[in-house]
Every structure is written in structure tokens, then in C-alpha cells.
Write a protein that binds this ligand. Structure first.
Ligand code: ZN
Length: 384
């Protein structure tokens, strides 16, 4: 089965996760001439004012030369230490992976295999008067505009996916400063992809440090389900309007919600569908997923196929307070809207009503219902 890349989910880099534990690899990759650093300021990436692209720093770019040459040598000595923590150094750094390229001048030998490519790092800057790095170390880029949601959806999927990976790691590093087992300071190891408890006092028990298996903290990912509801012949599609405001237009989309502990993906869908719309759905197919870096979600996209019997499909919004409206629409009407859509953050549907645009998993799920509808019609007409 081929893996279609969702927006934010393209794996641009080889993460070479097994190399992150090698201090030699991390030092070499951080200090190499070809290394690219994607800077964030207080958790948000930057855009270049001229082109509107995601800012990526390299040693060859004159403007940024001093930033990299100031930060990298100092930070290299801080690797795997409590001093590297954000309130002491002022920066968090995470290794993102290698952009594979056989002509690359960077290569690293590991178990007799050579790994070549351009190393990529994410760097989050949160400097104060008390931190090791100061505002003036980063002067040239503080004037750059920050990446907004309007900007990010205009980026290529490759850049948006690099952004998502960096943002999700750096947001986690900035938020998780203290050990959940004993309250001691956590510090990053494995190139900023795990956090370790700094408590060295063996007489003070820490159920994170002293655990046999998970003796580090891993980055957090919050799974949520997102569901397009349809019927068994795909001729109907249920879309809902949430209470969220979207400027001057009304958006009808799929429903979504966070998974709860000890729930399967399928059962989470059944619960969310019933809680939000009152619809009874017993047939759920997992379709595709999308990372969502606001701040650390993984959206698991599903189709909920509802057996129409004049009861199951009845909409009741009274269980919880999330939706303003939900309706069963004819799939043929949605197909017409999708056929007329070329690009943009939303699909014009009815007067004053839009559907989500192509960068969202909601769009992909709605499109999936439409494609299934067409396939079924083609198959049944060929049997006539
Ligand atoms: Zn601890």
C-alpha cells in the first residue's frame, strides 16, 4: 500500500533515530559546514519578508553566519547537561534528521554503514537577561515576521512538514522542564528527542529515573479522531458546523475529538459521533492520518458508515455543547463543489457555506466519501 503524504506529514528527512544516542554523531552533525538550522522564536518559526518562505539558516548564508558560529560551538559543550535547559542556555535544540544526498559532504560511519546527507536541526530561542545566550546573539532574525496559520498553509508540504516536526519537538522541550516522578529538572538527551531526570540522589526515589524500561520522558503526541460520516452507499455525508468562528464564512466539516485512555481508535470514533451528533455508528474504517502541530496532535482520519434505519441516522445535538449544527448532505452536491475547487484554504459550497480546503485531513476524508460514491456507481453501472 502506498503512503500518501498528508500536509505536515511528509517525511522529508531520514530521522536516523538510532544515531541520536551517539554523542559523536550529534557533535559532528551540529558542527558540519552543510548543516541547516530552522530557527523558532518562543515556539514559532519565522518567514523571510521577501519570499514568505520558512527561514532556514546555513553557514553559507552571510546574514546568519554569526548566529550559527556563536551558538553552535557553545551549545556543543552543553549537550546532555542540565545547563542546556532553556532557562539556563536560552535555547532548545533538536535534531530533525538527514536530508539524504549521495553527494553530501557530511557522512557518518555507524556499524560499518555510511550515512550521508545534510543534517537538519530545529532551534528555539527564548532569551532573557538571565540566560547564557542573549538577545544580541540573534539580533538579525528578531525582526523577521513569525509564521502564522495563513503563512503555513501557503508553504510547500516539504517545508510545512519540517516546520511541524521542529515545532512539535521544540514545544515539548519548552513545556516539560521538571521530572513528573520527583520534580527535579529534566534535561534533553539524544539530540533533544528525550528528556532525562537530573536527580542524582539515589536515596530519593524517582519512579521515572528508577523505572526498568521507560527511564526517560518521551515527546508527547495527543491522538485525536476525525470522522467523515456517510451511509452504506455513500450517497449521504454528514457534516457539522462547530462553534469556532472562521472569519466571515461558515464552515461545515467533519467532526473530531481527542481519544481517551484505554479506547481503540474505532471505539473513540463511535463515542465521538454519538456524543456530538447523536448518530449511532457501528462501522468505522481508518483511512489516513495527519500530524497537527498545534501543539502536538495526531489526527487519525476515519470513515464512519452509518446503517440508515430511521433511527441510527437521526441527529441530536443535545448530548454536548460542541456543535451549532449538523446535517446530512447529498454526496452529489459535495462532488459538484469539489469539481469546481482548484486551490485555497476552503472549498466554496453553498451561499455563505464553505468546506475545508485541501491541506486538511477533513478535505481528504470528504473526498474519500465522494470517490467511494463514484466507484460504487461505476461498478454497479458496469454490471448492468
Ligand atoms: Zn525524577
Amino acid at each position: 500500500m502506498s503512503i500518501a503524504s498528508s500536509f505536515f506529514g511528509q517525511q522529508v528527512l531520514n530521522r536516523v533515530s538510532f544515531l541520536r544516542c551517539s554523542k559523536e554523531f550529534v557533535k559532528k552533525s551540529l558542527n558540519h559546514d552543510s548543516t541547516i538550522i530552522i530557527p523558532f522564536i518562543e515556539g514559532e518559526a519565522l518567514i523571510s519578508p521577501e519570499e514568505g518562505n520558512l527561514v532556514q539558516l546555513s553557514r553559507s548564508t552571510k546574514l546568519y553566519k554569526n548566529i550559527i558560529s556563536t551558538i553552535v560551538p557553545v551549545y556543543t559543550t552543553l549537550l546532555n547537561t542540565t545547563q542546556s535547559r532553556i532557562d539556563e542556555s536560552g535555547v532548545n535544540l533538536t535534531f530533525l534528521g538527514l536530508l539524504e544526498n549521495t553527494d553530501s559532504t557530511f557522512d557518518f560511519e555507524w556499524s560499518n554503514i555510511s550515512y550521508k546527507g545534510t543534517p537538519y536541526f530545529g532551534l528555539d530561542i527564548r532569551v532573557t537577561d538571565k540566560t547564557l545566550f542573549k538577545h544580541h546573539d540573534f539580533e538579525p532574525i528578531f525582526s523577521f515576521p513569525k509564521m502564522t496559520r495563513d503563512h503555513i498553509f501557503k508553504q510547500t508540504n516539504a517545508d510545512a512538514s519540517l516546520y511541524a516536526q521542529g515545532r512539535m519537538y521544540l514545544d515539548w522541550l519548552a513545556k516539560y522542564k521538571f521530572c513528573p516522578g520527583c520534580g527535579s529538572k529534566l534535561f534533553p538527551v539524544d539530540a533533544g528527542t528525550k528528556l532525562q531526570c537530573s536527580n542524582e540522589n539515589k536515596s530519593v526515589h524517582c519512579n521515572v529515573r528508577d523505572a526498568h524500561v521507560n527511564n526517560v520522558c518521551f515527546p508527547r503526541t495527543d491522538p485525536s479522531v476525525i470522522i467523515a460520516m456517510t451511509n452504506s452507499d455513500y450517497s449521504k455525508c454528514c457534516l457539522a458546523r462547530s462553534k469556532k468562528r472562521y472569519g466571515d464564512f461558515v464552515l461545515y466539516s467533519t467532526i473530531a475529538g481527542f481519544m481517551e485512555p484505554s479506547e481503540t481508535i474505532e471505539e473513540a470514533c463511535v463515542r465521538e459521533i454519538w456524543e456530538e451528533t447523536g448518530i449511532s455508528c457501528k462501522n468505522v474504517n481508518i483511512v489516513r492520518s495527519q500530524p497537527w502541530p498545534y501543539p502536538c496532535s495526531l489526527m487519525i482520519g476515519c470513515l464512519g458508515i452509518v446503517e440508515f434505519n430511521c433511527k441510527n441516522e437521526v441527529i441530536n445535538l443535545n448530548h454536548d455543547d460542541e456543535l451549532l449544527d449538523a446535517q446530512w448532505f447529498d454526496t452529489t452536491e459535495i462532488i459538484r463543489a469539489l469539481d469546481n475547487y482548484t486551490d485555497g484554504i476552503r472549498v466554496p459550497f453553498r451561499k455563505d457555506i464553505s468546506l475545508p480546503g485541501s491541506t486538511t485531513i477533513a478535505f481528504q476524508l470528504i473526498k474519500n466519501v465522494c470517490e467511494n460514491y463514484k466507484k460504487l456507481r461505476t461498478a454497479s453501472s458496469s454490471h448492468l
